[in-house]
Design a protein around this ligand. Structure first.
Ligand code: AGP
Length: 602
């Protein structure tokens, strides 16, 4: 977890650092801090709380070179002392770090024996002390940094400044790090993610595990830990800075919900024609695969369930598994197993761990992700981009729909190979629906009554979500979104499960949002009526002329479409419902309490 930034250029670094940290707050917002380098040495300003609080309370230290950090706590509570940057006792070395130093206790004990005093509970604090110890032992600055990094076990994206040296020393292993390059302006950046500096440059170099970047006023050099040069050339990112800002919307989440017509058009662009055409996976790419396992967490797990259904409905052996249960459940894996890691960030530790387990077991692996160059994309045999553009709101919205569509297309390709030529049934209907999807979503966004429904049921005790087939993961996702941003109790169920226990919870204070996709809808309607009989208000999410629209207490309309994509239209209604309910409760929608966008610890 955590976001780090570094900047070298002309003028004062502080504004760039603070802007970058604000753009990285989706990675954590327990504390924030900066360190800048000037003639007086290194000046550190840090505190618990958000970047805006840091900004309001600090004076403006000046310097051309600086590093900054926004924290999601792992070791030690979110206090001023535990905020980054951390320094050694002389304050000549400042460090920001994302990741976990697993051997920090051993290192701390060893350094303490040599007289080093520590002032925080963090694992990170050992790093400036290690660098300082190496400087004391006679190493030059670069040597002191490299030797310190060599001693670290665990995961890190780390940036180090040393007093009097206008250089940022950086290294990555297991946590993301990207360098931004603007040679014309003589400005160089370093960050956990591109939005941190996207308004200044779109030229980036993604560091790989084991890379060291030494960034000075004249540019960046890339080597391995031993100092051997590694070839890293900048690539141009095609996200524009506007995309990374909130624009006219009050929240990133709302903006991202409204971006879905565009993001879904991007997800299918060039991938559907007469059939499914994935340039990454030509016909035959999945020959020899007879079992598919999807591994993912949270919203991505719901998208994985969605993808797995397309396969099982076509007769292919497929399962979606929670990545954090993958080791414990130990499902059979061999070289005929395809393991698909579904992760928008590509950095979720649980998912990476499941992916690595699959690699060890000899599976063929694919990552479905939003982030080019992410760890999961690099560690899998192949990857498929969902092309959703940056998602800043902690609650995933547009990435869910783009994942579900990308996985449905991927499933279509797998089916063709696994069933030796037979593709998905009614492929033409699916492809036509995929082509219409952006327009259908636009219609839902324009005509939705979700704000009114959120108001009507705002005083309820619990919120239930039901669905069947592809409607089931959508019900789970609807409930996850609702609880995540409203802090109200919400649960998703397979429609038919309600009568096996949860019905005991149903009262007139538990609205039941029921998703109808066209798959066994008569049964789903019967399940919703079981709840209505016990007094629960039923809100049907279905097309206008659907039988459920007449019997339900309220109706959220979706256009008629192929059952395999109808759930994504219903999902947009549920996203809007959660958003408006959270707004009525005045919740911090983009940054719900206790959560972070990218969960890089297991
Ligand atoms: C969803 O709103 C959450 N932010 C969370 O469940 C998220 O989907 C999960 O942590 C997985 O993230 P990933 O897609 O980046 O792997």
């Amino acid at each position: 977890m955590c976001g780090i930034i570094g900047r070298i250029g002309s003028g004062n670094a502080l504004d760039h650092l603070l802007t970058g940290l604000e753009n990285l707050e989706y990675r954590g917002y327990d504390s924030a801090g900066v360190a800048v380098q000037n003639g007086a040495g290194i000046e550190v300003r840090k505190r618990s709380g958000r970047v805006s609080e840091l900004e309001e309370t600090i004076d403006a230290p000046e310097g051309r070179v600086g590093i900054g950090h926004t924290r999601w706590s792992t070791h030690g509570p979110p206090t001023d002392e535990n905020a980054h940057p951390h320094t050694d006792a002389t304050e000549d070395v400042a460090v920001v770090h994302n990741g976990i130093v697993e051997n920090h206790a051993d290192l701390r004990n060893r350094l303490a024996d040599r007289g080093h005093d520590f002032t925080s509970d963090t694992d990170t604090e050992v790093i400036p002390h290690l660098v300082q110890a190496n400087l004391d032992a006679g190493f030059d600055n670069e040597g002191a940094f490299r030797r310190a990094v060599e001693e670290l076990e665990g995961s890190y994206a780390v940036a180090v400044m040393i007093a009097g040296d206008h250089t940022i020393y950086a290294a990555r292993s297991g946590s993301p790090l990207v360098v931004g390059v603007d040679d014309d302006a003589g400005e160089y950046y370093l960050a956990s993610d591109v939005p941190a500096f996207l308004e200044y440059t779109d030229r980036v170099v993604y560091l790989e595990d084991g890379d060291v970047a030494i960034i000075g006023p004249d540019g960046a050099d890339f080597t391995d830990l031993a100092g051997e040069p590694v070839p890293r050339t900048p690539e141009t990112i095609d996200w524009d800075p506007e995309q990374a800002g909130k624009g006219e919307y009050d929240h990133f989440m709302l903006k991202e919900i409204y971006e879905q017509p565009t993001s879904l058009a991007q997800a299918v662009e060039g991938r559907i024609d007469d059939g499914i055409d994935l340039e990454e996976f030509p016909p035959g790419a999945f020959e020899g695969i007879d079992r598919v396992q999807f591994v993912a967490c949270g919203t991505s797990y719901h998208a994985a369930m969605y993808g797995a259904l397309s396969l099982t409905q076509a007769g292919v052996d497929a399962r979606a598994l929670l990545a954090n249960e993958y080791g414990a459940s130990s499902p059979p894996v061999d070289d005929r197993t395809l393991v698909v890691a579904v992760t928008q960030s590509g950095e979720t530790a649980d998912t990476l761990s499941a992916l690595r387990r699959a690699v060890r077991k000899g599976a063929r692996t694919v990552t479905v992700t939003n982030v080019v160059g992410s760890t999961a994309a690099r560690e899998a045999d192949d990857s498929l981009l969902i092309r959703a553009g940056p998602e800043i709101g902690v609650a995933a919205t547009k990435t869910f729909s783009s994942q579900a569509v990308a996985l449905t297309l991927l499933a279509g390709r797998i089916v063709e190979d696994a069933l030796a030529g037979d593709g998905l049934s009614d492929l033409d209907s699916l492809l036509a629906a995929a082509d219409r999807l952006p327009g259908d979503i636009e219609r839902v966004l324009t005509e939705s009554d979700a704000a009114e429904i959120a108001r009507r049921y705002r005083d309820s005790r619990s919120y239930f979500f039901l669905g069947r087939g592809q409607g089931y993961p959508v019900a789970l996702e609807g409930a996850l979104k609702f609880k995540e941003i409203t802090y109200e109790h919400a649960e998703g169920f397979a429609s038919g499960e309600l009568k096996h226990g949860p019905l005991a919870l149903v009262t007139e204070e538990t609205p039941v949002f029921t998703v109808f996709t066209g798959i066994e809808d008569d049964r789903t309607l019967a399940n919703a009526e079981e709840a209505a009989t016990r007094g629960a208000p039923v809100i049907a999410i279905c097309p206008a002329d659907h039988p459920a629209a007449d019997v339900a207490d309220a109706h959220l309309e979706i256009p008629e479409t192929d059952p395999r994509l109808a759930g994504l239209l219903a999902n947009v209604q549920l996203q809007l419902l959660s958003y408006h309910a959270a707004e009525l409760l005045d919740r911090p929608i983009d940054k719900p309490r206790n959560l972070a966008k990218s969960v890089t610890v297991e």
